[in-house]
Design a protein around this ligand. Structure first.
Ligand code: GGG
Length: 353
């Protein structure tokens, strides 16, 4: 029996409701494949911020360092400005542990009503690879003459050669490993003068090492339109921190619900713990009602197992997810059903083989 030590941060809003479903599913799938878990809970959240003035303690990163992985629910709640909650918890973890890859699969499942006419399962099946520690997510800048008519705000993006090349290499490796061997790059090089043409040039350089991979370049505006018009075109889509974030909400929305989508914040070198979370946020409008869809969190748990070297646990969870969706008996409201969070979680567990 292998024992994994996982740090659990349920966080805010529906994070507290979906994380228990993920943990139960992992427990059941793990037991069937000789994996045991030791869960250590951290109640870091906007509530903590109200009590202590911090989203996590000063030594929070040190506390997390010893774990095999981090399992996160959601961050942010009304009453704490979003940039304070994100920069107080989620972003420092991504940066401290050099989780420079944010891998976000997008897939249409049998059983989930698709808002795009005529699309079948199999038509939408791609990855968004998002740069996760630099780019537009930067605290470089400032405000001057605040509160006066001369108020001026400056915000800088940061693109390093190392940071750009390593995310492109990850995306090209992923594309190379897939049947379609097709990579699409998202930029806005006609409007953003320095960083985006730079990104385009680094893609062209990297492509020289991957002659089998077909590459196309899109401006982000037409790319979003094409996600809706022809999602079957895409295989691996790579983009900067901001563009990747936007695309990985839009992609799952095209598959019927963003609540199903997982997000793996990966340190590929495994020098530090990686972090797994659903793409969705804390959803204050439905928090506390037991109606949130737990599948994004469960799928994130499956990705955690793949990353930690337990593909059988990953496959067991994914098969259970496919079956429970196909059955259509226990869908939550976002997928057109009436099941509660706990009912869907329990139904999925019954299908874990
Ligand atoms: N599931 C984590 C969460 O709360 N995500 C919401 C969000 O806005 N995240 C920002 C990001 O992924 O950069």
């Amino acid at each position: 029996m292998k024992k994994l030590r996982i740090a659990v941060i349920p966080g805010d809003g529906i994070g507290k409701e979906v994380i228990p479903e993920g943990i139960q599913a992992l427990e059941v799938a793990g037991r069937k494949h000789s994996v045991e878990f030791e869960w250590t809970y951290f109640d870091w959240s906007c509530e903590t911020y109200h009590q202590t003035g911090r989203m996590m303690p000063e030594d929070g990163i040190e506390q997390l360092r010893q774990f095999d992985a981090i399992y996160l629910g959601a961050v942010g709640f009304p009453g704490v400005p979003d940039h304070i909650s994100l920069w107080g918890l989620l972003l420092p973890i991504r940066r401290a542990f050099d989780q420079y890859v944010n891998l976000r699969p997008v897939r249409l499942f049998d059983g989930v009503p698709c808002p795009l006419a005529g699309k079948q399962p199999g038509d939408i099946d791609f990855y968004v690879v998002r740069e996760n520690v630099e780019g537009e997510y930067s605290s470089i800048g400032g405000i001057q003459y605040e509160g006066t008519e001369h108020e001026v705000v400056c915000q800088q993006s940061l693109f390093t050669r190392r940071g750009t090349d390593r995310i492109l290499k990850y995306a090209f490796d992923l594309a190379q490993s897939r049947e379609a061997k097709h990579l699409s790059s998202a930029t806005k090089s006609n409007g953003i003068y320095h960083s985006m043409p730079y990104w385009d040039n680094r893609v062209l350089e990297m492509a020289k090492h991957y002659p089998e991979v077909k590459v196309d370049h899109f401006h982000i505006d037409i790319l979003t339109a094409n996600f809706v018009r022809m999602p079957e075109h895409f295989d691996v889509v790579v983009g900067s921190n901001l563009f990747g974030d936007i695309l990985s909400d839009l992609g799952p929305a095209c598959t019927g619900t963003i609540a199903i989508a997982p997000s793996a914040n990966i340190n590929p070198e495994k020098t530090y713990p990686s972090m797994f979370e659903p793409v969705h946020g804390s959803a204050p409008d439905i928090a506390g009602q037991n109606i949130a869809n737990p599948l994004g969190t469960i799928w994130a748990g499956a990705m955690m197992m793949q990353h930690l070297g337990f593909p059988a646990v990953h496959d067991a969870l994914m098969q259970a997810m496919e079956t429970v969706l196909k059955e259509k008996q226990h869908l939550t409201r976002d997928m057109g059903g009436v099941a509660s969070t706990q009912e869907l979680g329990a139904a999925l567990i019954r299908h874990i083989a």
